[in-house]
Design a protein around this ligand. Structure first.
Ligand SMILES: [Zn+2]
Length: 230
């Protein structure tokens, strides 16, 4: 089983009118590093620097991805691939660190389409150079034992990552749920679902991830972890 590290890349203060703010205005942003023998796979790159609007509205603390990786003993040059669960600003913010390199960036095609809307995200962060973009349609195995699973709900083009070896199954649910309680309860709270017509898809995505009987499941914005009960 490759080592999987959770990286605390940012802390945000949600604006009062943010849909999740009623559950608390402080939010953490996790990225993940899968230390795969074929090269490190980074899942989500957190918030970027230097966007005046984001800085003013979300007051983010930003830990540089390279520093976060160094903190778990991974050199940033050993990153072989990036996966974005979706392209909201807090999941692709440090993608540009790898723009102009040969590192492929895996994003669902539906998400690429959604991110063309300027209000959807920070476009400089989300605009993956065409040479690096790997637009995924549905599920895809991107390395031995590492699969992308389309998990629409939070956004139409949301995806999660599953890492399997022997009888271990690690699910990086990302923002398929806001917190692990939603995972336990198979509940998709309206605040975490972008559009009302995605509610059913969101619940189906949670059930699909749970059906894998994960040993561990992580999400992007909450420190609690789901563990298989045995
Ligand atoms: Zn999001």
């Amino acid at each position: 089983m490759p080592r999987i590290e959770r990286l605390r890349l940012s802390d945000l203060t949600l604006p009062e009118d943010h849909p999740e703010a009623q559950r608390g205005r402080q939010a953490v942003v996790f990225g993940f590093a899968i230390d795969h023998p074929d090269g490190v796979i980074v899942v989500d790159t957190g918030v970027g620097r230097g966007n005046a609007f984001i800085d003013e509205v979300y007051l983010p603390t930003v830990l540089d991805l390279e520093e976060a990786l160094a903190g778990v003993g991974i050199e940033s040059t050993s990153v072989a691939a990036i996966v974005n669960s979706h392209l909201h600003f807090d999941h692709c913010g440090q993608n540009p660190t790898y723009y102009g390199t040969s590192v492929p960036v895996f994003v669902q095609a539906d998400e690429v389409k959604a991110a063309r809307d300027r209000l959807y995200t920070v476009s400089e962060w989300a605009s993956v150079p065409v040479e690096q973009l790997r637009a995924v349609r549905g599920d895809e195995e991107i390395a031995d034992g590492v699969r992308l699973l389309a998990t629409p709900g939070h956004t139409r083009g949301h995806q999660s990552v599953v890492v399997e070896a022997y009888d271990e199954v690690v699910v990086i649910a990302a923002q398929a749920v806001w917190d692990i309680a939603e995972f336990h309860n198979e509940e998709a709270t309206p605040a975490n679902v972008d559009a009302p017509d995605l509610r059913d898809a969101a619940v189906a995505s949670i059930r699909r991830l749970k059906a894998l009987d994960p040993t561990v499941a992580y999400c992007s914005h909450h420190p609690d972890v789901y563990r298989r009960s045995r």
